[in-house]
Design a protein around this ligand. Structure first.
Ligand SMILES: Cc1cc2nc3c(=O)[nH]c(=O)nc-3n(C[C@H](O)[C@H](O)[C@H](O)COP(=O)(O)OP(=O)(O)OC[C@H]3O[C@@H](n4cnc5c(N)ncnc54)[C@H](O)[C@@H]3O)c2cc1C
Length: 624
């Protein structure tokens, strides 16, 4: 049922601010998913030990180099436009709530209602910034967890460290690795508790944001005809929000049903169907065990094997919860401890007692006899990553019975080079007689026709084809639409000068604009909530600082921006051996160093602290 247009926008009699009722969530009995199940079989929940005398690196590295060469330049992805635009339809909501277009003014417009938007709102209102408006493309909150509702979806970071504001919400996640459905519900609860819904314009996509120097304000233009003016704009529009499709000959000819995993179409019942899935990345690894339970035949088209690490899922029991320290701040302390363990795998497999604060900080950390150089540290890390991968491969051999399938499922790059995955049911799925792995290495599926997939001369006729082809990393599709002081867009600036930001949060010439977890945006860890939390704290601090100083406009000076961008470039180059593979982390080998994620570790906090202490990087202005 839609809200009548007249009710969609109302005026709060106390504050005089507009209140919105534009949420369009629709529950469907078909959207009933779950995340990881609990496995107790020891063979599935532990990695095998190394075989005696195992030699690491040489053979696998050589194999991966050959593979990389064979694949170089083959990453050909396409935007979901034209006939493929339907893969982006919002299949989870009722139609947009009708409302009039807005041409008024507010203090802050935030793009995105995912965890970043929600957390930011919580912090902003506590700091007294309430004239805030959110624009969200989807029909409800949740962001990643709104759009991705595929069977089996779950977070790969322990929920006690991933979900923000657990104490304020008085909530304990039901499982160590929460399902996406639980996270979505949690986001909805947060939105209700903190009065977010009335601040948010759902089904509202920001198309363009233009700075007006004379008035010192941004004009935010949306697909609903809005032309809102705002002092500040925050981009909280995520890092993995633009799904992508691999370009495959004949895609448009397929006559069966098809969709992308990030818009799982529950109207299509897979029960008893012949289903094909293209891709074996982090999403597919979660999907495959679930759909294998209901389909008639499942063809898995794999280009590169993922590393399938141990999940070791378990329910949160009341007994376990009672053993945790419960002093105020425990949840943030736990997340901070999680972040301290810098390597992803260590963080995931971390000792629960350490995370819960039951053993002292760093007790288990190995001390080196002397300070190691950056190169030595990278070498050690790389060696560890190859060793873990040896165990990951041994796990495939221990579980998958068919030797040809097992060989194809074994990853041969160092652990962490591509997005690591964790699952205890994925590998056993390939022992089921109706599940078939089709190895399409190194260049991927060759052709699609009206009946299905054709590869190496074999036609695989399908009822349903699922694209698990992932997302563009750090491409929010908005940077090209933000026009700053010189009339050029962020994309134009970065294309001509290279990616340049200060802390990933500002870019000179784009005053009063903040970018959450964008390119060069550090302060995070394997757990994205870390970066979001740090960025939200920083934004609130700067707004408070401006309030105290009576400043209305803030930009950053070119010199500190240049220095910071150079630091990002150097950090990327120095750590590149850890990512010597083709992956979205490095733009499939094409990205300029320092143009995507931040690899400088805790140095981001050093830059941030110095900036906060000296205020030297900022140019404050009175504005109009
Ligand atoms: C399948 C999947 C699994 C993941 N698993 C993990 C994990 O295990 N651990 C982890 O730490 N992270 C994980 N992530 C990363 C995850 O995105 C972050 O953890 C976090 O949810 C990001 O929150 P966000 O609010 O910054 O962005 P998002 O959740 O992406 O929200 C951004 C919102 O902005 C909206 N938006 C974008 N552009 C516009 C526009 N122009 N106008 C209006 N609205 C717009 C989008 O619709 C979206 O709702 C995963 C991501 C995916 C896709």
């Amino acid at each position: 049922m839609t809200t009548p247009a007249s009710n969609a926008i109302q005026i709060d009699p106390i504050t005089g601010q507009k209140r919105f009722a534009t949420r369009a969530a629709r529950a469907s009995e078909r959207i009933a998913g779950k995340g990881y199940s609990v496995q107790t079989e020891a063979a599935l929940t532990t990695l095998p030990e190394h075989s005696p005398g195992a030699v690491f690196n040489a053979e696998e590295q050589a194999k991966y180099r050959a593979y990389k060469e064979a694949r170089r330049g083959a990453a050909d992805y396409m935007a979901m436009e034209g006939e493929f635009a339907r893969y982006l339809d919002d299949v989870y909501s009722a139609p947009p709530v009708p409302r009039e277009a807005l041409a008024d003014e507010c203090e802050i417009v935030v793009v995105g209602a995912g965890l970043a938007g929600l957390l930011l709102w919580h912090k902003l209102q506590r700091a007294g910034f309430t004239d805030v408006r959110f624009c969200e493309k989807g029909g409800d909150v949740g962001g990643t967890w709104y759009w991705n509702r595929y069977p089996g979806i779950a977070c790969d970071v322990e929920a006690y460290s991933y979900l923000p504001l657990l104490e304020e919400m008085e909530y304990i996640p039901t499982m160590k690795f929460a399902s996406g459905f639980e996270i979505l519900e949690y986001c909805q609860r947060m939105a209700e508790k903190f009065g977010f819904y009335e601040r948010c314009l759902f089904h509202t996509t920001v198309l363009e944001t233009v700075w007006d120097e004379a008035s010192g304000r941004w004009t935010v233009i949306t697909d609903r005809g809005d032309r809102m003016r705002a002092r500040f704009v925050v981009l909280a529009n995520g890092i993995l929000t633009s799904p992508k499709l691999a370009r495959i000959d004949g895609m448009s000819s397929f006559r069966g049903d098809s969709f992308h995993t990030s818009r799982w179409d529950y109207r299509i019942d897979l029960t008893g169907k012949v289903v094909g899935i293209i891709g074996t990345g982090a999403t597919a690894v979660q999907v495959i065990p679930e759909i294998a339970k209901i389909v008639k035949e499942l063809y898995v088209f794999q280009r590169t094997p993922s590393s399938i690490d141990v999940r070791d899922q378990r329910a949160t029991t009341a007994e376990e919860y009672q053993t945790w320290p419960h002093e105020p701040g425990w949840a943030r302390a736990r997340r901070a401890r999680f972040a301290k363990i810098s390597s992803g795998r260590t963080a995931i497999q971390a000792n629960d007692d350490y995370l819960a604060g039951k053993v002292p900080d760093w007790k288990e950390r190995k001390e080196h006899e002397r300070a190691l150089s950056m190169e030595e540290l990278i070498e050690k890390q790389l060696d560890t990553n190859f060793r873990i991968m040896e165990q990951v491969r041994a796990r495939v051999d221990a579980i998958v019975r068919d030797p040809k399938t097992a060989a194809a499922l074994k990853p041969y790059y160092p652990w962490g080079c591509k997005r690591p995955t964790f699952h205890d049911e994925f590998l056993p799925t390939f022992n089921l007689p109706h599940v078939h792995l089709v190895d399409t290495a190194p260049r991927g599926v060759q052709r699609i026709n009206e009946r299905g997939v054709v590869h190496d001369g074999v036609e695989y006729a399908l009822d349903v084809l699922i694209y698990a082809t992932g997302f563009e990393w750090m491409a929010t599709s908005t940077f090209n639409k933000i026009r700053g002081r010189e009339g050029r867009t962020l994309t134009e600036k970065w294309q001509t000068e290279g990616t340049k930001t200060f802390l990933g949060l500002h870019s000179a010439g784009f005053p009063n604009l903040f970018i959450v977890s964008g390119p060069q945006g550090g302060g995070g860890s394997f757990n994205f909530t870390d970066a979001i939390d740090a960025h939200a704290d920083y934004i609130v601090w700067l707004l408070e600082t401006m309030r105290e100083r009576g400043a209305r406009v803030v930009d950053v000076r070119p010199e500190p921006e240049l220095e910071y961008a150079e630091h990002c470039r150097q950090a990327d180059v120095a750590t590149a051996p850890l990512r010597d593979c083709l992956s979205y982390y490095n733009g499939h080998g094409e990205a300029e160093p320092g143009s995507l994620a931040y690899y400088g570790g805790n140095r981001w906090h050093k830059y941030r602290r110095e900036a906060q202490e000296t205020l030297a990087p900022y140019l404050f202005g009175d504005g109009a």
